[in-house]
Design a protein around this ligand. Structure first.
Ligand code: NAI
Ligand code: 3PY
Length: 319
C-alpha cells in the first residue's frame, strides 16, 4: 500500500504525475470550501507527508496528523507554522528559500516603479476614458534615480531589491537588519541604520523582514509619520508586519504619500477594505513569487525535500 501525501497547492501536471507513482496523493489546489477542509482533515489522519502553503499548521492540526513525518512548505516564509510544536513532534519542516528571491525582488521593484509613476491611477484614467489632455503637474510621478532606498530586513530578498536599486537606478541604499551585512555594505555601498533613521532618510522604503513575534505590528504611525513629503512605502513581506489601520489613516491624512502593497493583514483583501478605493495605493494579490519558472522551482524543491526526508536523507532546505 502506498503512503499518503497530502498536497494543498497548484502543482504542474508532470510533477503531480511523478508523485502519484510513489504516493497515494490527496490533492487540493486550495482549501476553498467546508467540504475541502473536512476532506483535508480526514486525509491528514493518514498522511506521512504534506506539500503546500497557506495552511496554518497549529497544535490542533498536528494532533490530527499522527503519521506525519515531513511538512514541505511551498514558501520561504514559515510564519503560519508552529515551528516549535512541529520540531517537538519530530516532524521535519522544510521551505523554499533562494529559488524565489529574484521573482519576489522583481515584484518589490514593480511596486516601487508603479507607485513612483502612479501607474495604477494613470491606467485607470486611460481605461475610464478620462485621458482628455496631456497629464499635468498634479499627475506627475517622482524619479528613482539618485534617491535613497531603505530596506527593512536586509536578507536574500532585501539585498536583491537593494541590488536592483543600486545598480539599475543609482540609488543609495540604507537598511535596518538585526545583524550587519558587511558584504552588502561593500558591494552596494549600503549603510546600516536604525528604523527611525531609515524612515526619516529614505525616499523609498521596502519591507522584506519575515513575520515573527518581534516583527508583528513593527510599523505604524510612529514610524510612518517620520517619512519625507513624497516618500513611498512598499510591503512585500507580510501584511501583519504593518499596523494596517494606521497605514490606511496615514495614507488618508497625507502623513504618508503613497504605498505599494503585495501583502495584507487579511488575505484575500476584504472587499470593504478602504485600501480598495484609495488613489495613493497600488495593491497586488500576493504575487511576489508567482511566475511560472519560480513557482515550478519552488514545487520541485518542496518535492525533493519530501522525498529526501522519507528516504532517510537530509532535506535540501530544512527550517
Ligand atoms: N510577497 C511574497 O510573495 C513573498 C514574501 N516573502 C516574505 O519575505 C520574507 C523574507 O524572505 P528572505 O529574504 O528569503 O528571508 P531572509 O531570512 O533571507 O531575510 C530576512 C532578513 O530579516 C532579518 N530579520 C529577521 N528578523 C528581524 C528583526 N526582528 N529585526 C530586524 N531584522 C530581522 C534577518 O536577519 C534577515 O537578514 C519571507 O519571510 C516572507 O515573509 C517571501 C517570498 C515571497
Ligand atoms: O514564499 C513566501 O513566503 C510567499 O509569500 C509566497 O511565495
Amino acid at each position: 500500500m502506498k503512503d499518503t501525501l497530502v498536497i494543498v497547492h497548484e502543482l504542474y501536471p508532470e510533477l503531480l504525475d511523478k508523485l502519484k507513482q510513489t504516493f497515494d496523493v490527496v490533492h487540493f489546489v486550495r482549501l476553498g470550501s467546508d467540504e475541502d477542509r473536512a476532506a483535508f482533515k480526514e486525509a491528514m489522519t493518514r498522511a506521512v507527508a504534506f506539500i503546500g502553503s497557506n495552511v496554518a499548521f497549529d497544535k490542533a492540526l498536528l494532533e490530527q496528523s499522527p503519521n506525519l513525518k515531513v511538512i514541505a512548505s511551498v514558501s520561504v516564509g514559515v510564519d503560519n507554522y508552529d515551528v516549535a510544536a512541529i520540531h517537538d513532534r519530530g516532524i521535519v519542516l522544510t521551505n523554499t528559500p533562494d529559488v524565489l528571491t529574484e521573482a519576489t525582488a522583481d515584484t518589490g521593484f514593480l511596486l516601487l516603479m508603479m507607485t513612483a509613476r502612479r501607474a495604477s491611477e494613470m491606467n485607470r484614467m486611460v481605461l475610464d476614458g478620462r485621458w482628455n489632455v496631456s497629464p499635468g503637474r498634479d499627475q506627475f510621478g517622482v524619479d528613482l534615480k539618485g534617491k535613497t532606498l531603505g530596506i527593512v530586513g536586509m536578507g536574500r530578498i532585501g539585498q536583491a531589491v537593494a541590488s536592483r536599486g543600486h545598480f539599475g537606478f543609482g540609488m543609495k541604499v540604507i537598511y535596518q537588519n538585526r545583524s550587519a551585512k558587511p558584504e552588502a555594505d561593500k558591494t552596494l555601498g549600503a549603510r546600516q541604520v536604525d528604523l527611525e533613521t531609515l524612515f526619516t532618510e529614505a525616499d523609498f522604503i521596502c519591507v522584506t523582514v519575515p513575520l515573527s513575534p518581534e516583527t508583528e505590528g513593527l510599523i505604524g504611525r510612529d514610524l510612518l509619520s517620520l517619512t519625507k513629503p513624497k516618500a513611498i512605502f512598499v510591503n512585500i513581506a507580510r501584511g501583519k508586519v504593518v499596523r494596517e489601520q494606521e497605514l490606511i489613516e496615514c495614507l488618508r491624512d497625507g502623513t504618508l504619500y503613497y504605498a505599494g502593497l503585495d501583502v495584507f493583514e487579511k488575505e484575500p483583501l476584504p472587499k470593504d477594505s478602504p485600501l480598495m478605493t484609495m488613489d495613493n495605493v497600488v495593491c497586488l494579490p500576493h504575487i511576489g513569487s508567482a511566475t511560472h519558472e519560480t513557482r515550478g522551482a519552488m514545487c520541485d524543491l518542496a518535492a525533493e525535500n519530501t522525498l529526501n526526508v522519507l528516504d532517510g536523507k537530509a532535506p535540501v532546505t530544512p527550517v
